[in-house]
Design a protein around this ligand. Sequence first.
Ligand code: KIV
Length: 273
Amino acid sequence: MSVHSSASVKRITTHILQEMKNRGEKISMLTAYDFSMAKIVDDAGIDIILVGDSASNVMAGHETTLPITLDQMIYHASSVVRAVSRAFVVVDIPFGSYQGNSTEALRSAIRIMKESGAHAIKVEGGAEIKESVVRILSAGVPVMGHLGLTPQSIYKFGTYSVRAKEESEAQKLLEDAKILEECGCFAIVLEKIPAKLAKKVAETVSIPVIGIGAGGNVDGQVLVVHDLLGITQEFKPRFLRQYADLQSIMLEAFGNYIKDVKSRDFPNEKESY
Ligand code: KIV
């Protein structure tokens, strides 16, 4: 490995993530929600694991991220933390646990950190949640921002289409990114916005900018692990690169198991006591 790499780092920290941006090394980030998956993702050498509230979709089968609770997020996060030895673990504060009430925001962030052992929290929004961000940061909890398509506001947007195509929304997003940086956030996720705007944000703020559907000119990339592995086949946005077709592999394995049970081939003598 070259000296311009964090591959030899034992434990990723916010400081290391900032150094990666400073020297132009891209940051890799993936979601995980359980022990077994997080262990594989961490062993592969990922920099950040996000315990995303997308658990509401991929783990619980809800249509949106809104129903997942703080207790459920803490359960997922503590399972992930137990598996991880190198990655930096960030946890989404779920819908309804921080918006509009900075005292509750602080309480939610502290519960996540105390009860799961995670390293940071993520919040969706800019100026409107500034007070909550400042209070969480003042307690010493690292905060990752999230702008652009913010799924907790899906009923306000009405669709999951590309955000900030209009100049006024693009301008607000840029201002929000500056606010999050000024507050002291250590990184920002930009979801589903034009690549040109994402590039501008990454050049404007000095903290790492991680994209999902935000093009290649940002400081890192994040995907939902089930989408990358092809476990969820019904979700195929343009920004997704599917690295495996695990759904087919799993269907074949389950099909073979069912066949072997029905035909009495499984278990055989060697598989019995
Ligand atoms: O919840 C999640 O998985 C996320 C990513 C899409 C960034 O917020």
